[in-house]
Design a protein. Structure first.
Length: 378
């Protein structure tokens, strides 16, 4: 079976988490870089990565890299890649991508040149002056950085954060891949209590339930590469069956709460869509009444940031009160809190044991990590 190089796009700050996921899935030569993780895989590995990755955004099949100082070099380099080995006669091949810090700055023109090169290569292979493009979509993605072009096929289609359980959301929703990354960074795998007192539409507790059960997040959705001729349908069926065989049976103490009753109702609905309604509970509650109970547990949460000036004072008061509550937590509890507030530790009233830079969309945030009993105040 042919082996391919995959480039998995990932949010900044989660590269190491995603790399660990790929290693656990048995993919080879895993290397984390800024904003992506590279690895090698056969057809089974492509399907396995799409079905199982919790923190990856897209699984791209890398076709080649070459120097690209001008449009002639772009055309020649693109035309030389093995398109005809992968794309059938009727393939649709849209092109999109990015240019950064390079002589070629027009993304639209780069896309047009790549389409021309691919079209000429396929036309020569199949003896056609005009390709029908009526079949499966083989989305071509390019990225040119410092005059080096990289060309890939997008095996995922829609981003991997679209698990299929969240059709609607509340204000400022947290992307599923980031929520899963926060849970994985907390090292929660089903043991002990798990709490999110600012749960919104339930993304963090739902991702925690999927992780506790070891349920593949991609089982309820489809992927672009499922329609590709060179990746047999049986591969996807085998990998889905493998993923289901690896699920755990058990009961878990996972609770999400929010002051907004509409958000709680939506969280419950999303849990049903995700198939974890029997593993996670939701209730309406004010976060300032939250009290950790039991010998051990984790609080993983994403409270309001107060990005607008009118909301900043309210957010800071919330952080201060929640900080006072946290310092009463019994031993054995840990807190992982994501916020973009640049002076969170001062407002919260305690230095974090550790913090990690992450991005919520384009917003730079920190994941502040605390252990109960560590009372180093600001």
């Amino acid at each position: 079976m042919a082996e391919y190089t995959l480039s998995v796009s990932v949010r900044l700050g989660l590269e190491g988490v995603c790399a660990d996921e790929l290693r656990r899935q048995g993919l080879g030569d895993v290397r984390a870089e800024n904003g992506r993780v590279l690895c090698t895989a056969d057809a089974h590995g492509i399907a396995r990565a799409n079905l199982n990755l919790r923190t990856g955004e897209r699984v791209l099949l890398r076709l080649g890299r070459f120097d690209c100082p001008d449009f002639d070099a772009l055309y020649n380099g693109a035309a030389a890649l093995p398109w005809a080995e992968l794309l059938p006669r009727d393939a649709a091949f849209p092109v999109r991508g990015r240019c950064l810090d390079s002589k070629l700055t027009s993304e639209q023109r780069c896309a047009a040149v790549i389409r021309a090169a691919v079209g000429d290569a396929l036309g020569a292979k199949y003896g056609l002056e005009r390709l029908p493009e009526t079949g499966a979509v083989y989305q071509i993605r390019f990225f040119v950085f410092k005059d080096v072009m990289e060309l890939c096929l997008d095996t995922s289609g829609e981003g991997l954060h679209k698990r299929g359980y969240r059709a609607l959301g509340v204000a400022a929703p947290l992307r599923e891949t980031l929520a899963a990354g926060m849970v994985l960074l907390s090292r929660y795998h089903g043991k002990g209590a798990f709490r999110d007192p600012f749960c919104g539409s339930g993304t963090i507790p739902i991702e925690a339930a999927l992780i506790a059960k070891n349920r593949a997040p991609g089982l309820e959705r489809t992927f672009a590469a499922q329609k590709w001729a060179f990746l047999p349908t049986q591969v996807w069926l085998d990998e889905a069956e493998r993923a289901m065989d690896l699920e755990y049976d058990g009961t878990y103490d996972i609770l999400g709460s929010d002051i907004d009753p509409a958000a709680v109702a939506l969280a419950r609905d999303n849990a049903v869509k995700a198939g974890v309604e029997d593993l996670v509970r939701f209730r309406q509650a004010d976060a300032l009444t939250f009290r950790p109970e039991g010998p051990e547990g984790r609080v993983v949460t994403n409270p309001p940031y107060g990005e607008r000036i009118s909301d900043k004072v309210e957010a800071e008061e919330l952080y201060a009160q929640f900080g006072r509550l946290w310092r009463q937590a019994p031993p054995g509890w840990s807190l992982f809190l994501l916020t973009s507030h640049t002076e969170f530790e001062r407002v919260f009233g305690q230095n974090a044991a550790k913090k990690r830079k992450l991005y919520n969309g384009m917003l730079k945030c920190d994941l502040f990590q605390y252990r109960s009993g560590e009372q180093k105040k600001r």
